[in-house]
Design a protein around this ligand. Structure first.
Ligand code: HEC
Ligand code: HEC
Ligand code: CA
Ligand code: CA
Ligand code: CA
Length: 459
């Protein structure tokens, strides 16, 4: 072969090689990642039970425990010392776990604010308690119970008024957000003037063991308290009191990551939400109040039931992603990244080890949260601190299963108090560290916005 022919052949292969490379880069993925959202705990159902099914990989023994917890989660408590599910109240917000977490999902914003529902106010006065938590309000504690057993006074009633906020997309579409402004009325006794209140609504309870199993180091790796990388997003861990280990621990659950574990969250729910004392929270929430239970009595719930109900929430499976090969979903996922939703809604983690529950250990999961606190601006602020979370900070919500809300719960009320009527409103309420992403969202065309929503609805 002549030298020039040889060089020609070489050039030909070189061009062919680069051409194939470029082609590789331009290839559009045919499916987005993360369909198996809960790793081996993923549930492949597309019915309303997709968020209320046990993780399919539970061993027979663990499934049995899960099912006992399932029954306890549905138990309706009654007043008095009835041997079966007694001890409700004397003041409470609701009488079962399931009534505030319907179908293990999300409560709707109540039609009448003082109806018995999945909505209540956390309350406190400025300052902190002995463990750096919210300081209780004299005569009311740290949660406002708006229901009471016969013969007892409920603590108060809740009131709300709305202010309209008009938002206009770059394409001219206008949306009016209704900003709720809450207050407390008709207290049973004098209410201090400096009470701070935080409206909260019951959220889904599936996949929580997986979130508890993410190692603290992996969560802290995304924290950027002083925004050292200058992208406008900080990400702050909450550190809260753990009454079980009697130490400070990373906060993981609740809208402000105010509790360290599903166990502590559940014990607090029995005690405050239902007035049912238990080994982790043994003192009646109303103890010492003139409308309270001031008798000395044994705890109203045993440790086994508390353990079972905790185990139940920890081992509910996570619904699989749907339609992940749909071109619109693929486009939506790209936009979600492009407008930096992924800065806080971190797509994936691999869980660490949880003693006794190998089923949720070492799983690659797609929760779309960083488990950290972010300043979300004045619009969402409750102005009530909780441990290290200030009055504007909230924990990034996991987005897995969010597209099943309507199917599972018959509504699409989102955010910490259920104020958003749909996903678009939920995004428009994002401010503070998320304002840039929100503004980018408002610049998208209608078809791009639709693609983003189609992606969220596929989770
Ligand atoms: C009166 C309504 C109500 C009742 C009853 C109730 N919850 Fe909740 N639940 C809530 C609200 C509101 C929150 C958010 C609390 C917060 O932000 O601190 C919550 C949060 C939780 C969380 C944290 C979820 C997460 O992703 O952070 C768990 C777990 C939970 N509840 C379990 C239970 C269990 C178990 C019971 C029954 C023992 C129960 N709840 C009873 C309203 C309720
Ligand atoms: C700076 C961090 C941050 C960024 C960026 C961010 N989010 Fe969020 N997101 C949050 C926090 C915190 C909440 C909970 C706020 C609350 O309940 O008040 C939340 C809540 C949500 C909810 C409601 C979830 C629920 O359970 O009610 C949706 C939907 C959502 N975000 C979507 C998005 C989308 C889409 C983007 C990009 C346009 C985005 N988020 C960008 C932090 C962020
Ligand atoms: Ca009681
Ligand atoms: Ca109270
Ligand atoms: Ca940063």
């Amino acid at each position: 072969m002549k030298r020039s022919a040889c060089r020609g052949l070489f050039l030909f292969f070189l061009i062919a090689f680069f051409a194939s490379c470029t082609k590789e880069v331009e290839t559009v993925p045919t499916k987005i990642e993360g369909e198996k959202a809960g790793g081996e705990t993923t549930v492949y159902l597309q019915s309303s039970t997709a968020i209320s099914s046990p993780a399919p990989n539970l061993t027979a023994d663990n499934l049995e425990k899960h099912l006992k917890g399932d029954a306890a989660f549905e138990d309706i408590f009654v007043s008095g010392d009835s041997p079966v599910n007694g001890g409700l109240g004397p003041i409470f917000n609701n009488n079962s776990c399931i009534s505030c977490h319907p179908g293990d999902g999300r409560a709707a914003f109540p039609t009448g604010l003082n109806d018995i529902s999945g909505f209540f106010f956390k309350i406190s006065v400025p300052g902190t308690d002995e463990n750096n938590g919210p300081a209780p309000v004299q005569g009311f504690g740290t949660q406002l119970q708006h229901q009471a057993n016969y013969g007892y006074a409920k603590e108060a009633e809740m009131a709300v008024e709305y202010k309209n906020i008009e938002m206009i997309f770059d394409d001219g579409t206008a949306i009016t957000l209704k900003k709720p402004v809450y207050s407390i009325i008709n207290p049973y006794t004098a209410l201090p003037a400096n009470v701070m209140l935080s409206p909260r609504i019951g959220m889904p309870v599936f996949g929580l063991g997986l979130l508890e199993a993410i190692s603290e180091d992996d969560i802290l790796a995304n924290a950027d308290m002083n925004d050292m990388d200058g992208d406008g997003i900080s990400g702050k861990p909450n550190y809260v009191w753990d009454p079980v280990s009697e130490t400070t621990a990373l906060g993981r659950f609740g809208w402000k990551a105010g509790t360290p574990s599903v166990l502590v969250q559940s014990a607090g729910a029995y005690n405050e939400d239902m007035g049912v004392t238990n080994p982790v929270k043994p003192v009646e929430s109303s103890y010492g109040q003139t409308n309270g239970d001031n008798t000395e009595h044994a705890v109203e719930l045993d440790m086994e039931t508390l353990d079972n109900v905790t185990f139940y929430a920890m081992t509910l499976g996570v619904p699989a992603g749907r339609n992940f090969d749909n071109p619109e979903v693929i486009q939506g996922r790209k936009l979600f990244e492009k407008i930096n939703c992924t800065a806080c809604h971190i797509p994936s983690f691999t869980t660490g080890h949880i003693e006794g529950i190998p089923e949720i250990s070492n799983q690659k999961i797609y929760p779309y949260t960083d488990m950290l606190l972010h300043d979300m601006g004045d619009g969402l602020a409750d102005n009530r601190p909780e441990y290290l979370a200030n009055g504007k900070e909230w924990k990034t919500r996991p987005l897995w299963g969010i597209g099943l809300t309507n199917l599972a719960n018959g509504h699409t009320h989102f955010l910490h108090d259920g104020r958003a009527a749909n996903l678009t409103e939920a995004i428009l309420w994002h401010g503070g560290e998320a304002e840039k992403s929100r503004d980018e969202f408002m610049k998208l065309s209608k078809s791009e916005r639709d693609a983003l929503l189609t992606f969220l609805n596929a989770l």
